[in-house]
Design a binder for this molecule. Structure first.
Ligand code: DMJ
Length: 571
C-alpha cells in the first residue's frame, strides 16, 4: 500500500522546521554546562561571526546525530515488541513475553504510529496500517492466566492511547482508514457519556455498549477527552461527536463555578484535566474561551495552594493536598513534571491576564486567589514557575546514582509557599534571584531515607522509574520556547541514563529503584515509552521541528493534533 503521496504536511514541515532550525543552531553549548544559571537574554544575543557559523554547523550536526540515535532506540524498542509481543498490547522485555493490559488491541502499535511518521519510519508505519485496517474493537481481550480480567475498555486509557494515536497519525499522514477507525472507536466508546451530566464513566463494553456504573472519582479520567472529540468533530463535521466534548466542557465549567473545599492535585489525580483546559483552547484556534477561563482559575489555585520552595536548595515544587483544610502532602510526583511544560506553553502562546474573568461570579476561594494574582505580570510569573519546576524535575534525575528520577519524592515539610516567598522578595526590592530560580547544582543522593535529607531537601518516597515521559516533555517545551540549549543538554543526559540503565537485548525496562547504579529492572515496557518518552527526546534533539508548538497541540499521550483554522462547522 502506498501512503507517502498523501502526506498533507511534508512541505509545510520543511518550512516551519527551517525557522526552528535557525533558532536551534544559535545556542550550542558544550556538554558539561548542565548546571549553569539560565540566562535567556544572553542566549538570544549570540553573534554571527564566521567562527560562530562553524560552531553552528557542528552543533547542528551533533544534535541531528543525537536525534538519529533516538530513532535507533525506537526501532530497538518497537522491534522487540513486534518480535515477542505482536498481536498483544505490550512487551515484557525481560521474560520476552507479551501482555494484554489495554483491551488486547495492540496498544503499543497505535501509540507508536505518529512517532514512526515523525521519525520517517515509513515501512514500519505501512506494516502497522495493514494490521489496523483489520482491527475489531468489539471484543475486549484482557487475559491473565487464561481468564478474562474485565469486559470493559477503560475509557481514559483507550481515548488517550488508541483514539489519540489514530487521530494524530491521520493528521500527519492523511490516511483515510485511520480516520474511519477513529470514528468507529469513538462511536463504540460514546455510551460512556450517557450519564446525567454527560461526564464519561470509567469503562465501556465496546461490543454491547454496556458500561460500568457511575463516573470515576478521578478528575483526570473524566476531563481528558475534549481534545479527541473536538478534533474528531472538526475533521468529520459530526455534531454527535461535537456534543460530547461540548457537554463535558459545560459541565466542568458549572462544577468549577460551584467548587469549594475539595482536595487539590497536579499529579495522578488531576494532571491531564489541567492540561486539557489550556490545550483545548489552543486546539480550537482560541475559540473555546470557557476552557481558557477554567485554565487561568485552576492555575491561580495551584499557585496559591500547591507550589512550595524548599529551605536549603531553593527547589520549587508542586504538590497535592488532602481534605477540606488543604493540608499539603509535600509529595512531588514524577507525573506532575508535565506541569512546567504546560505553564511554559501557555506563557509562550498567549497573552495571559485575568481581565477575561469576572471576579464577582467567583466563589470565595477562587476570588481570594484571583485578587492575590491580579497584581502580577501573569506571563512572567507562569514562565518563572515553569523554569523553577522544570529545573527541580531535572535535578531529581541528576541527583540520582542511576541518572533517572523517582516516581515520587517526599519534599521537606519545612518548605514555604512559593507565592509568599515571591511576594516577600518583591517587597524587599527584588534583590537576588527570584525564589526557586537560584543556581542549582546536582548532588548525588548517597542513601535512601523516608525522612527529608538535609542537604538534598527531599527523600525518595517511591523509588521506581517507569520509563515515564513528563520531565522530558517539559525539557522539550522549555527548549522550544526559550531557545536555551541547557534544556537540551539535560535531556541528553537523561537519554544516556535510559540507554545505560533500562536497555535490554530486546527493548527497554522500567526500574525498581533509581537510587542504585545499576538499577534493578522491572519486566515492563509501557506503550507510552514509544508514544511519549522517545518522541519527546527525538523532538528535543532534532533541528528541523516537524510539529511546531504554534501549529500543533499534543494530547496527554504526546499525540499531536493540528490547530483548527476558522470556525468549526458541524452538522
Ligand atoms: C501517560 O499515559 C499519559 O501521559 C497520562 O496522561 C499520564 N501518564 C502516562 C505516562 O506517565
Amino acid at each position: 500500500m502506498s501512503f507517502l503521496p498523501r502526506y498533507k504536511s511534508a512541505r509545510y514541515f520543511a518550512a516551519a522546521g527551517a525557522a526552528i532550525f535557525v533558532v536551534a543552531t544559535l545556542y550550542y553549548i558544550q556538554p558539561g554546562s548542565l548546571s549553569r544559571p539560565l540566562n535567556r537574554e544572553s542566549s538570544w544575543s549570540s553573534g554571527s561571526s564566521p567562527w560562530q557559523h562553524h560552531n553552528d554547523a557542528a552543533s547542528s550536526a551533533l544534535w541531528d546525530s543525537r536525534a538519529k540515535q533516538v530513532v535507533g532506540s525506537f526501532r530497538h524498542s518497537y522491534g522487540g515488541y513486534l518480535r515477542y509481543a505482536a498481536g498483544f498490547d505490550e512487551l515484557k522485555p525481560l521474560s520476552l513475553r507479551a501482555i494484554n493490559n489495554f483491551n488486547g488491541w495492540n496498544v503499543s502499535m497505535y501509540d507508536s504510529l505518529d512517532t514512526m511518521l515523525l521519525m520517517g519510519l515509513h515501512e514500519e508505519f505501512s506494516d502497522a496500517l495493514s494490521v489496523i485496517e483489520d482491527a475489531d474493537f468489539s471484543e475486549i481481550r484482557h487475559f491473565r492466566n487464561g481468564t478474562v480480567q474485565s469486559q470493559f475498555a477503560p475509557f481514559f486509557e483507550t481515548v488517550i492511547r488508541y483514539l489519540g494515536g489514530l487521530l494524530s497519525a491521520y493528521a500527519l499522514s492523511g490516511e483515510p482508514i485511520l480516520l474511519a477507525k477513529a470514528d468507529e472507536l469513538a462511536t463504540a466508546l460514546e455510551p460512556a457519556f450517557d450519564t446525567k451530566r454527560g461526564l464519561p464513566v470509567f469503562g465501556v463494553h465496546t461490543g454491547t455498549g454496556s458500561t460500568t456504573k457511575g463516573i470515576s472519582g478521578i478528575l483526570a479520567e473524566i476531563a481528558t477527552c475534549q481534545m479527541e472529540w473536538s478534533y474528531l468533530a472538526h475533521v468529520t463535521g459530526s455534531s454527535v461527536h461535537y456534543s460530547k466534548a461540548d457537554t463535558v466542557i459545560n459541565t466542568l465549567a458549572e462544577a468549577m463555578a460551584g467548587q469549594q473545599g475539595a482536595s487539590r492535585s497536579v499529579g495522578a489525580a488531576a494532571d491531564s484535566a489541567h492540561e486539557y483546559l489550556l490545550k483545548q483552547y489552543l486546539l480550537t484556534g482560541k475559540q473555546d474561551v470557557a476552557s481558557l477561563e477554567m485554565y487561568l482559575l485552576t492555575i491561580n489555585e495551584v499557585f496559591t495552594r500547591l507550589m512550595y520552595v524548599t529551605p536549603n536548595r531553593d527547589l520549587l515544587y508542586v504538590t497535592d493536598t488532602n481534605g477540606e483544610d488543604f493540608t499539603p502532602t509535600h509529595h512531588f510526583e514524577h507525573l506532575s513534571c508535565f506541569f512546567p511544560g504546560l505553564l511554559a506553553l501557555g506563557a509562550h502562546t498567549l497573552p495571559l491576564n485575568l481581565s477575561i474573568i469576572d471576579p464577582d461570579k467567583l466563589g470565595p476561594e477562587a476570588q481570594r486567589a484571583y485578587y492575590r494574582l491580579k497584581p502580577f505580570d501573569l506571563s512572567s510569573l507562569h514562565m518563572a514557575a515553569a523554569e523553577g519546576l522544570a529545573t527541580s524535575c531535572w535535578l531529581t534525575y541528576a541527583d540520582m546514582p542511576s541518572g533517572l528520577g523517582p516516581e515520587i519524592a517526599q519534599m521537606d515539610k519545612h518548605s514555604r509557599p512559593w507565592l509568599d516567598a515571591v511576594e516577600e522578595w518583591h517587597a524587599a526590592g527584588e534583590s537576588g534571584p527570584m525564589p526557586g530560580l537560584s543556581e542549582k547544582v546536582p548532588m548525588q543522593l548517597a542513601r535512601s531515607s523516608k525522612a527529608p535529607l538535609e542537604p538534598w531537601d527531599y527523600a525518595i518516597r517511591r523509588p521506581e522509574y517507569f520509563l515515564r515521559p513528563e520531565t522530558i516533555e517539559s525539557l522539550y517545551i522549555m527548549w522550544r520556547v526559550t531557545g536555551d540549549p541547557v534544556w537540551r543538554e539535560r535531556g541528553w543526559a537523561i537519554y544516556e541514563a535510559i540507554e545505560e540503565q533500562c536497555r535490554t537485548p530486546v527493548g527497554y525496562a522500567s526500574l525498581e529503584t533509581v537510587a542504585t547504579n545499576p538499577g534493578k529492572k522491572i519486566d515492563d515496557q509501557p506503550s507510552y515509552f514509544l508514544a511519549e518518552t522517545l518522541k519527546y527526546l527525538y523532538l528535543l534533539f532534532v533541528n528541523d521541528d516537524p510539529v511546531p508548538l504554534d501549529k500543533f497541540v499534543f494530547n496527554t499521550e504526546a499525540h499531536p493534533f493540528p490547530i483548527f483554522h476558522g470556525t468549526m462547522s458541524v452538522q
